[in-house]
Design a protein. Structure first.
Lengths: 201, 565
């Protein structure tokens, strides 16, 4: 018997559980998908970003995770992965929600910058993304409503980045075949030392 | 009886084993090692050790969609996806496509299956615990269902026998309710697990925490390599370091030269000769040629899984209108599982500078502590907890992380330790919990399909309440912070420990098989998968299937030699 109670597990519980199962402190895009509310269905469109959408997402992604001594989000393939996951794995509703919010981001950018986001200068872009980011995270989160765009974008790109080889093996550390188990070692001496183990789940 | 006299000699073996999972692998190994020419039939495809594990050395970044499955594709796996973990790019190929293998749920039943050589021995959780004296006596003491016709002392040497071959790691604890085995060296607990153990044992008299006992080799054993701590078992182990049919029993059976393995062969029924009152063999559907064939043998071992073995017997209606072995009316009834997905988790403050190296494919175990000395709860029997502490992830939340170059440093500040436990509870055998067959819905081969009408009773629901509350209570007492409980709901099948459909008992009017796993009235048919279980206990059951299979094979060969079969 599948009890009603179990079906009514709240979204919040589902998020907490996801965090526990994955042992992480971030809520995953899987959890993100649970959080999405309904959004009006858009007319059918191609199952990929338009060039403009991709350019905007890449720019934002690289502002969130830039290239340093390790590749940034786009170079690591995180944006491509985000796009693949969005269009193949996520529901149409979730795709639409993301795209509608992306469109809205462009609109607000144009209003505030006096020019389209993509034709703004890099400094303007960083400044605008930072402003939108800070605004998104300063408001009280309504767990039952879709998250603000910059929240969604940051969460998705951070998570996706750590699903790429660069994220897992260069920024975090990963050894496919550890060969042994040392149950208690100082953080500074575990593997390369001073790095979080990549999540290979 | 449709005898194909011409085909008979070439289709005749000493023994037929139906199924190639944990039980089938053991039956094949034991029977072939005792000199029997044995035919092992597997309904699914061939899977060769290592070479047919396509993702064995793939890390998640090498898989499409960050290892997730597109929603469209998930529709074909609507039951298997209920596990929450089966549907990943790295191991989806081990699970059946539900659209190809439909069944009916009058009450929800999560039937998780793998149709291939090795069966679920490739995907199992590898936790390996003995049942105890208390478990074998429980039905009789509580007046539940029927008594087990066998004692712990009788099966104990067989537990040792299979443990020594399979390689089970664990720590001896001297517990009555969880007997020690012949263990390989135990795996170790991490800092937090050690500390939580200490605190729980200080605060709760009669409760303890031990390291999980699992079928992963902690040192080279019987020609197999030691665990490399990848924790990628479900993708197939290139080191053969966990027990599976492919890594362990199949090579042993093959080495005798007595085994013939025939994949793509669905056993549709057991053949019977009314004159001798013995089974004569089985009929199969070859799914490559879509032809029916008959194979003959002196003994038949049904190891197809609790549901499938009951199915085969129910479908053997040529001489038995209600199915072979069903004189008692108990065939397909008393379905049990373990109820789980309930417990608690929290964060641990401390050991902030400590970490670990390697991924241990095993967790901790809190053995049963309820109703050990008489029934003093509002439910009978008990449960154990499995869990672990870990520190994956990073400290800052998505909101707190910076944007820009600094984020790469911040994601390398490890997050807090978290510790969680989930209960595995005993499920009582209820006569009304049953499976039947229907011809109203046919599968892709035109075969009848299974109808499940089974669910939990009051005892399971009351026990769950205690499983949840005691988990939170122990974690609070152990000083964990932000303790939260979880309850994913109860559903038969989700433990993937389905059992009881051809239960063992002394009374032929109340059970399907006798104390040697022989069908009461058809003595040369042995049922040694989960179907024979008279009660479920709370322990993961595979080790028990191994022990009973080895014991039944020994008995079968000895009876054959005496001319009794």
């Amino acid at each position: 018997m599948y009890t009603k109670e179990s079906q009514l597990i709240s979204r919040r519980e589902a998020i907490k559980k996801a965090a526990m199962v994955f042992g992480g402190v971030i809520s995953t895009p899987a959890a993100l998908s649970i959080l999405q509310g309904c959004s009006p269905t858009q007319k059918s469109r191609s199952k990929s970003f338009s060039e403009l959408e991709r350019a905007t997402v890449e720019t934002i992604a690289d502002i969130i995770i830039p290239t340093t001594d390790t590749p940034g989000a786009t170079e690591a393939g995180a944006v491509q992965l985000l796009e693949d996951v969005l269009f193949a794995v996520r529901s149409e509703e979730e795709q639409n929600d993301f795209l509608v919010q992306l469109e809205n981001f462009e609109r607000v950018a144009k209003k505030e910058l006096g020019t389209s986001f993509s034709s703004a200068t890099p400094d303007q872009q960083v400044e605008f993304v930072t402003k939108m980011h800070d605004a998104a995270f300063s408001q009280e989160l309504d767990w039952d409503a879709p998250k603000p765009f910059m929240w969604q974008m940051k969460e998705a790109i951070v998570h996706t980045y750590f699903g790429t080889e660069v994220g897992m093996t260069q920024v975090h550390q990963y050894i496919q075949t550890p060969g042994r188990f040392d149950p208690c070692v100082p953080f500074s001496e575990a593997g390369e030392g001073g790095k979080v183990w990549a999540a290979n789940w | 009886m449709r005898l194909n006299i011409k085909a008979k000699p070439e289709n005749t073996y000493d023994a037929i084993v139906v199924g190639s999972g944990i039980s089938g692998g053991w039956a094949a190994k034991e029977l072939t090692e005792k000199g029997l020419k044995t035919l092992m039939l597997e309904r699914g495809r061939q899977v060769k050790h290592i070479e047919d594990y396509p993702t064995a050395t793939k890390s998640h970044y090498e898989m499409p969609y960050r290892n997730q499955i597109p929603e469209e594709e998930l529709k074909d796996y609507y039951v298997q996806n209920r596990t929450g973990y089966a549907m990943r790019q790295t191991h989806k190929h081990w699970w059946v496509k539900d659209t190809d293998h439909p069944y009916t749920e009058i009450q929800r039943f999560d039937w998780m299956r793998g149709y291939h050589v090795g069966g679920r021995s490739l995907m199992w959780g590898r936790q390996s615990y003995r049942l105890s004296k208390m478990d074998f006596e429980a039905n009789e003491k509580d007046g539940i269902a029927i008594p087990w016709p066998i004692t712990y002392d009788e099966i104990a040497p067989w537990y040792s026998y299979v443990e020594r071959f399979a390689g089970i790691n664990g720590k001896k604890e001297g517990l009555t309710q969880l007997p020690d085995g012949d263990f390989l060296p135990a795996m170790e607990m991490n800092c937090v697990e050690k500390e939580v153990k200490k605190r729980i044992e200080q605060k709760f008299e009669g409760r303890m925490m031990t390291i999980g006992r699992s079928a992963n080799l902690t040192r080279a054993h019987n020609g197999r390599a030691s665990c490399q701590y990848r924790n990628m078992c479900i993708q197939g182990c290139p080191f053969g370091a966990y027990f599976s049919t492919q890594s362990s029993t199949l090579p042993a059976a093959m080495a005798t030269g007595n085994l013939t393995l025939r994949p793509d062969s669905i056993v549709t029924e057991v053949l019977f000769d009314p004159e001798t009152q013995r089974a004569t063999g089985v009929r199969i559907l070859d799914t490559e040629t879509m032809e029916y064939k008959e194979y003959y043998a002196k003994i038949v071992f049904l190891c197809a899984s609790a549901i499938a073995s009951a199915y085969i017997l129910m479908n053997s209606t040529e001489h038995f209108s209600e199915g072979m072995g069903n004189a008692s009316g108990e065939l397909g009834r008393n379905i049990m599982d373990h109820h789980l997905n309930i417990g608690a988790y929290g964060t641990f403050e401390g050991f902030e500078d400590m970490y670990y190296y390697g991924r241990r494919p095993n967790g901790i175990y809190i053995p049963r502590f309820r109703n050990l000395h008489g029934n003093d709860m509002d439910f009978i029997r008990g449960y154990g907890y499995q869990g672990s502490a870990s520190r994956t992830g990073w400290k800052k939340s998505i909101a707190e992380l910076s944007i820009g170059a600094k984020i790469k440093e911040e994601v390398n500040e490890p997050g807090p330790w978290s510790f969680g436990i989930g209960g595995f509870g005993e499920w009582l055998p209820y006569h009304e919990n049953k499976m039947t067959l229907t011809t109203q819905k046919l599968d892709m081969y035109g075969m009848p399909t299974v109808v499940f009408d089974a669910g939990p009773g009051e005892n399971e629901m009351k026990m769950r309440e205690d499983m949840k509350n005691s988990a939170a209570e122990m974690l609070e007492a152990a000083g964990l912070k932000n303790v939260q409980t979880f309850d994913d709901g109860i559903a038969l099948g989700k433990g993937i420990h389905e059992m009881g459909t051809a239960r063992m008992g002394a009374d032929p009017n109340k059970s399907v098989v006798n104390r040697w796993n022989q069908i009461h009235k058809v003595k040369n048919v042995f049922v040694t998968d989960g179907a024979f279980m008279t009660s479920s206990a709370a322990q993961n059951p595979s080790l028990t299937y191994m022990a009973f299979t080895a014991r039944a094979a020994d008995h079968a060969v000895s009876e054959l030699k005496k001319g009794n079969l």
